[in-house]
Design a protein around this ligand. Structure first.
Ligand code: C5P
Length: 219
């Protein structure tokens, strides 16, 4: 079978990573969470007390940082396992600012494109179909209402034992989307040739099945 690249983009908490992991598993493909890469450098920025406005210091730090995403979906930066740390509120609130630095994006996109060379990949993020893999054989744009996304994230938090406030989540999600859509360099945007799926009323299984159907026509 022909190995392809599958790009999954969309706003915050639309279920991209959940769905992308399942699609990758069914296809025997690797899964790459590009948001985790931006979160990892954000984590290091905070940890090293670098000012979020100091773009050149952040870029310096990134250039010497090794970011590894494992098959078990663990995230390492410079050998440190930061899988849980990168999901903290502090990182979530700062990541869009760090991800808006053009030079940081350039470096990340280069690293991401290295991973795509052999195809057989599902990659999720904000600019995968538009910039990272413009020639992806399948492009999906996942959306859901802000209310639904906040409710999903809220129950995820509760399951993990993380304190959570659904109204606050709505505001945070809407704010992060706004920042991601309004940035100058590769903003969050549906690629012209992407297929949009509104998951508001759909189960995870429904979404995965829809994507697999689209993928099956390409392989
Ligand atoms: O996917 P996730 O919500 O973990 O991404 C965190 C943040 O990283 C996004 O809100 C966005 O600012 C940034 N990001 C990006 N480009 C990507 C993936 C994530 O700018 N391809």
């Amino acid at each position: 079978k022909n190995k392809i690249a599958i790009a999954i983009d969309g706003p915050a908490a639309a279920g991209k990573s959940t769905v992308a992991k399942l699609v990758a598993e069914q296809m025997g493909y690797i899964y790459v969470d590009t948001g985790a890469m931006y979160r990892a450098i954000t984590y290091v920025t905070i940890k090293n007390n670098i000012s979020p406005d100091n773009s050149s210091a952040i870029l310096n730090e990134l250039k010497k940082s090794d970011i590894t995403l494992t098959k078990e979906f663990d995230v390492f930066i410079n050998g440190e396992n930061v899988t849980d740390e990168i999901r903290s509120n502090e990182v979530t609130q700062l990541v869009s600012k760090i991800a808006s630095i053009p030079e940081v994006r350039k470096e990340m996109v280069q690293r991401q494109q290295q991973l795509v060379r052999n195809r057989g990949i599902v990659m999720d993020g904000r600019d995968i179909g538009t910039h990272v893999i413009p020639d992806a054989e399948v492009k999906i744009f996942l959306i859901a209402s802000v209310d639904e996304r906040a409710i999903r994230r809220h129950s995820e938090n509760k399951n993990k034992g993380i304190p959570s406030d659904v109204e606050k989540l709505k505001i945070e999600i809407a704010q992060r989307d706004k920042q991601d859509m309004e940035r100058v360099t590769s903003p969050l945007k549906k690629a012209e040739d992407a297929i949009e799926i509104d998951t508001t009323q759909l189960s995870i299984k429904d979404v995965v099945n829809q994507i697999i159907k689209i993928v099956e026509q390409e392989v």
